[in-house]
Design a binder for this molecule. Structure first.
Ligand code: SAH
Length: 211
């Protein structure tokens, strides 16, 4: 899987991608992640990526012509390769585990990260395959959304998760405890639920499914 991020802040996610599971997945060549500077696809000497909105109003709008040029360069041309262009937008389809699983079937995902007042609507209409929102809150840009989607999608790619994490994937989320068995928090003894120490796997399973 190839992830391509189109952004005006290409270094912003580097640190997150270079640790832990996503770093391992890249080293194992299961995924590649590349951030592209939108400015590299401008033609003018000021490398202008945005302009004021038609009809007035505050803020700047990312230019569709520059994004179109970026896509033309980044989208893999091989007919056999399944690419999907995703625009991050508050009006998009809400991202969840189902969407993540569906997206994990593509060979290339290209993310367009908005900033400021958003992106010229012609990108949503004529360039992107779909619009995605990661939740009902406003971020300053689409980059964190790209990080969230890349992380969640990667977990569905065979080989990305180790044994421990894949177990979690199957069972879903349950409450967990680790050593020591008894600790003092603000002066009070706090213990681990007895069932977890019982060695009774059936009971433990039931307890985990209960909550
Ligand atoms: N006034 C604009 C706000 C744009 S926020 C509007 O109403 O659309 C700037 C950019 O951040 C957006 O273009 C989008 O790419 C990204 N963004 C903000 N919140 C987001 C969210 N919840 N999910 C995905 N992308 C988001």
């Amino acid at each position: 899987m190839k992830f391509d991020i189109i952004t005006i802040f290409p270094k912003i996610l580097d640190s997150y991608f270079s640790e832990s599971i996503l770093n391992r997945a890249q080293l194992k060549k299961l995924i590649t992640i590349k951030a592209h500077n939108l400015r590299d696809f401008t033609l003018d000497k000021h490398r202008k990526v945005d302009d004021s909105p038609y009809g007035g109003g505050p803020g700047m709008v990312l230019k569709a012509d520059v994004i179109d040029r970026a896509i033309a360069k980044i989208k893999l041309k091989n007919k056999k390769i399944k690419s999907r262009i995703i625009l991050f937008s508050l009006r998009g389809k809400k991202f969840d585990s189902k969407v993540a699983k569906r997206l994990s079937k593509y060979d290339q995902l290209i993310f367009i990260c908005g900033r400021y007042e958003g992106v010229d609507e012609r990108v949503a209409k004529y360039i992107a395959d779909e619009e995605v929102s990661i939740g009902d809150f406003v971020l300053s840009g689409g980059e964190l959304a790209a990080g969230v989607v890349i992380d969640a999608v990667s977990r569905f790619i065979p080989g990305v998760l180790g044994k421990l994490e894949s177990l979690e994937e199957i069972k879903g989320s349950y409450k967990v405890y680790t050593k020591p068995e008894v600790i003092k928090i603000a002066g009070k003894k706090r213990i681990v639920p007895k069932v977890l120490l019982s060695g009774n796997h059936k009971k433990i399973e039931e307890w985990r499914n209960e909550i």
